[in-house]
Design a protein around this ligand. Structure first.
Ligand code: C5P
Length: 403
């Protein structure tokens, strides 16, 4: 397991996102980490120490002046006796205390006393995150070598307000923790990877476009997973509602032709994983001005033209990466279509998934894939997209190692 033997001090501060910390504890422990929880007073308003302690299977530290806790561990040891201090969720208040060296409760005292790597997953109202005071504090903390994961864009739990402030998802936090904790020679160190992700938007006119339901979840997770294994990753992403992954160079594009240009200019690479749901067609000549509706006039027809096939271009390129991986989103005859695609596109591996609406895969959080290569077909179980990504990254590392 990736995090076997790793000891993580998890500080939970007071925000509604604390409910996600329960899942985070499970995810960390699933990967072999030992989790020692510390809760602020505020955190205990949102989740109970009993729930946290049960999931962590450890004592929950809450009080700076607890005689018992001080005898057993002591806050200085608590601060240093771990491989990583992870704060999730981190409130604006706790960040402010850390940036200014305040130590008026157990969490802030531990933060002042620790000499371990610190990873912070902030969660707060978008206005609080955007406030100049918070921005100053975050800058200060970055200067103090504190690492951040998130916050993410999206809807807030409490107010239906949208903006940046939502805590990163537990698996994103786990991936960030892994990339800080997993030591030793990483299997993809020194390798370059290019990943595409998300949909493309093909303009009809300045305000309208053709798109598809791709969320970018799978592609972004693969970019993260490759980075965790030490690869130097360029992610070329279409328009998505997802944060740039941790430790990955992300290039944002809208159209397929922009995506191709960005991919080609990221060459050379050892591996390319083309996950984007690139639009097959674009409007032959997008209008410069908004197409107006005139009563009584005929309805416009859209003449389409073919988009560049990025995977196929790479598969047959003079600078072809050693390993070229494509995806095949199909609604019927999955395996045969994937095998045909392997040949046509010049790919080494096709990851085939059934995207019929009933599967909920497109835009969903889980995926069930078949790995199709010239050496055969392998069915993987139903997995979280992050777990598909981790397995695929391991497979890529193995293939590259074999040469
Ligand atoms: O032919 P199809 O669209 O089913 O192929 C899917 C695979 O090809 C995916 O890996 C996708 O990222 C890639 N692709 C591409 N450029 C296109 C169309 C698909 O890179 N224009």
């Amino acid at each position: 397991m990736v995090l076997s033997g790793k000891r993580i001090l998890l500080i939970i501060s007071g925000g509604i996102a604390a409910y996600k910390s329960l899942d985070l504890i499970r995810r960390l422990r699933e990967r072999g980490a030992a989790v020692r929880p510390l809760m602020t007073q505020g955190a205990q308003e949102f989740v109970t120490p009993l729930a946290v302690g049960s999931l962590a299977a450890d004592h929950v530290f809450t009080d700076l002046f607890s005689r018992q806790d001080e005898q057993d561990v002591g806050h200085i040891r608590l601060a240093r006796d771990c491989d990583l201090v992870l704060i999730a969720p981190a409130t604006a208040d706790l960040l402010a205390k850390m940036a200014n060296g305040l130590a008026d409760d157990l969490a802030s005292t531990v933060m002042l006393a620790t000499d371990r790597p610190v990873l912070v997953a902030p969660a707060m109202n978008p206005h609080m995150w955007a406030h100049p005071a918070t921005k100053r504090n975050v800058e200060t903390l970055r200067g103090d070598r504190v690492r951040f994961i998130g916050p993410m864009a999206g809807e807030m739990a409490e107010s239906h307000e949208a903006g940046v402030g939502r805590m990163a998802e537990p698996l994103e936090i786990v991936a960030a923790a892994e990339s800080l904790l997993v030591e030793g020679p990483k299997p993809l160190a020194g390798r370059k990877a290019i990943v595409t992700s998300g949909p493309t938007h093909e303009p009809i006119d300045p305000v309208r476009y053709i798109a598809n339901r791709s969320s970018g979840r799978q592609g972004h997770a693969i970019a993260s997973a490759l980075a965790v294994l030490g690869a130097d990753v360029t992610l070329v992403s279409g328009p998505v509602n997802m944060p740039d992954p941790f430790g990955v160079r992300t290039v944002h594009v809208e159209r397929a032709d922009e995506m191709r240009d960005a991919v080609l200019s990221a060459l050379p690479a050892d591996v390319a994983v083309m996950v984007a749901a690139v639009a097959d067609w674009r409007v032959a000549s997008a209008a410069d001005q908004k197409i107006k509706k005139h009563p009584g006039e005929s309805i416009p027809t859209l003449a389409l033209t073919e988009n560049p096939d990025i995977l196929k271009t790479l598969g047959h390129h003079t600078m072809r990466p050693r390993l070229v991986v494509g995806f095949a989103a199909e609604t019927q005859d999955l395996e045969n279509n994937a095998k045909a695609k392997l040949e046509r596109k010049g790919a080494d591996i096709i990851v085939a998934n059934d995207v019929s609406p009933a599967t909920g895969i497109m835009g969903g959080t889980r995926n069930r894939v078949k790995i199709v290569s010239r050496s055969g077909v392998e069915q993987w179980p139903d997995l979280a997209k992050e777990d598909v990504a981790a397995r695929l990254a391991a497979l890529i590392a193995e293939r590259l190692r074999q040469g």
